[in-house]
Design a protein around this ligand. Structure first.
Ligand SMILES: [Fe+2]
Length: 393
């Protein structure tokens, strides 16, 4: 049984590591070194950091004779784990012309050989940690796409990442309201299968009766908000949101621009007309909240969202957008970060961020689940972030 589980994990490891390389395949070495803003990282850094994760949390502690690929990489490709050491400054990752892309690929191969050997010799030694490393790598796969998109959007040549790059699926027609009774319900992850620490423990929540939209808000609906002066009406906005929108000059979602009187949006497959029936995406929490107020509704809480998603009728979420909720990102009742450096993975970000639920067309298949909690700063717009409406009944 154990050998079987280990070979399944080995196959999964190989598949996910290959998928990361495949995402970098359309890019040149120069593309892979770009950092367009402090929040985004070069693809080369993502390729190295995901290997650093296996080296730091699995190979170092679990392989007695493990030889790190390069002694300086511990700090260079540490993202934010202060208990490991002082990470290289995040906004300056784009300055790392060395190591070269080829060296980073050799680093990946070095780590892959060692992880496969560990899985063969000691199948159960670090299986849970290897699964965490694989899930971590999938998170960075989505970041590779969002970060490349942002970098390419700033290039007047408007590079095409891939003609078949993922875009949100089209929403199906009019949105229906789905009614839910109030009462005490359970949310959070419990039982078999992987979950991140921040999805646990499963716990009781009290919900007032509410209704939630069957599908996310579309670009066409958002165009009506813009046409109605949505970005010029302070009464629709939170104070921080109004300030953020004014300071940055927001008049539409990120990547939108006018061409010949039409709304167009830069995408991973180049500049294309905005499709009215696609879910609006690349909006901040502040824009999502203003839209909801304009439409006479509100954003759902994450507990409402999860309860509705788990109900028999479910929610139309597949391959769409991450959805901003009204919920601050905080620990669930009884939440305890893991001991040691991995306690820094999720727990230390539980202030000043909002939870997003669902998943986007760029989220790897089988990565997200109804209990999954994504989280970003309320002004963040470079993720595939949209919204869904809710109301009290
Ligand atoms: Fe990471």
């Amino acid at each position: 049984m154990q050998a079987l589980a280990s070979s399944a994990l080995a196959a999964r490891y190989v598949e996910i590591r290959r998928a990361t390389i495949a995402l970098a395949a359309p890019l040149t070495p120069e593309d892979c070194g770009l950092q367009s803003m402090p929040q985004a990282s070069p693809v080369k850094w993502h390729l190295a950091h995901t290997s650093w994760f296996f080296e730091t949390f699995i190979l170092g502690p679990h392989v007695a004779a493990y030889r790190p690929f390069h002694p300086e990489f511990e700090a260079l490709f540490n993202s934010y784990y202060i208990s490991i050491g002082t990470p290289f400054d995040r906004p300056r990752r784009g300055l790392l012309s060395r190591p070269s892309l080829d060296e980073v690929l050799a680093y990946r191969a070095h780590v892959d050989t060692a992880v496969m050997r560990l899985l063969q010799r000691h199948p159960s030694a670090a299986a849970d940690l290897i699964e965490l490393g694989v899930q971590h790598e999938q998170q960075h796969q989505e970041l590779i796409l969002t970060d490349v998109k942002h970098a390419f959007s700033l290039n007047p040549l408007r590079p095409v990442y891939s003609p078949g790059a993922p875009t949100p699926a089209r929403a199906a027609g009019e949105s229906a309201w789905l009614d839910h009774d109030g009462g005490v319900h359970m949310i959070g992850h419990d039982g078999p299968g992987f979950s991140f620490d921040n999805e646990r423990p499963r716990h009781r929540v009290y919900l007032d009766p509410f209704r939630i939209a069957a599908r996310p808000v579309t670009a066409g609906e958002y165009q009506a908000f813009i046409a109605d002066g949505g970005y010029r009406r302070p009464e629709l906005w939170l104070s921080d949101g109004w300030d953020a929108a004014r300071a940055a000059g927001w008049t539409a979602p990120l990547y939108w621009e006018q061409r010949d009187g039409r709304d167009c949006a830069f995408s991973l497959s180049g500049l294309r007309p905005v499709a009215p029936d696609e879910p609006v995406h690349h909006v901040s929490f502040y824009e999502a909240d203003a839209y909801a107020r304009w439409s006479g509704a509100r954003l759902p809480t994450e507990a409402e969202w999860e309860h509705a998603a788990a109900s028999p009728r479910g929610l139309d979420t597949v391959g769409q957008v991450w959805e901003w909720t009204a919920s601050p990102y905080v620990g669930y009742p009884g939440y305890r970060p893991p001991d040691g450096a991995l306690g820094e993975y999720n727990g230390k970000f539980m202030a000043n961020q909002l939870v997003l639920r669902g998943g986007s067309g760029a989220t790897p298949r089988n990565h997200a689940r109804p209990t999954y909690r994504n989280f970003f700063d309320p002004s963040a717009r470079w993720q595939f972030s949209g919204l869904r409406l809710a109301q009290f009944r």
